[in-house]
Design a protein around this ligand. Structure first.
Ligand SMILES: [Zn+2]
Length: 90
């Protein structure tokens, strides 16, 4: 019975770990492979690590805080900045 429980936990970690990783802007594939090796331990690890940098954001040229590419005013330092052209993702 214990083996069945661990197998279920392992399958749950295979599904859950990449989802949590993607919400934290981390590699879903890399964390899936880690979940293959570590099982539920990978799920615990990905829950504990700090979120990665959102690749859709860019640093403010004045204060270096991460802001939206199409922003024309920084929400951190309130300086006026040139918005970048946003290429839509399909
Ligand atoms: Zn700024």
């Amino acid at each position: 019975m214990l083996l069945v429980g661990w197998t279920i936990a392992w399958f749950v970690s295979l599904v859950l770990t990449p989802i949590v990783a993607r919400t934290k802007h981390r590699s879903g594939l890399a964390w899936f492979l880690l979940a293959l090796l570590l099982g539920i331990l990978a799920t615990i690890l990905v829950a504990l690590i700090p979120p990665g940098v959102d690749p859709r954001l860019r640093p403010c040229p004045r204060c270096a805080e991460l802001i939206e590419p199409k922003a024309n005013k920084c929400r951190y330092c309130a300086s006026d900045i040139e918005p970048l052209a946003v290429i839509p993702r399909w």
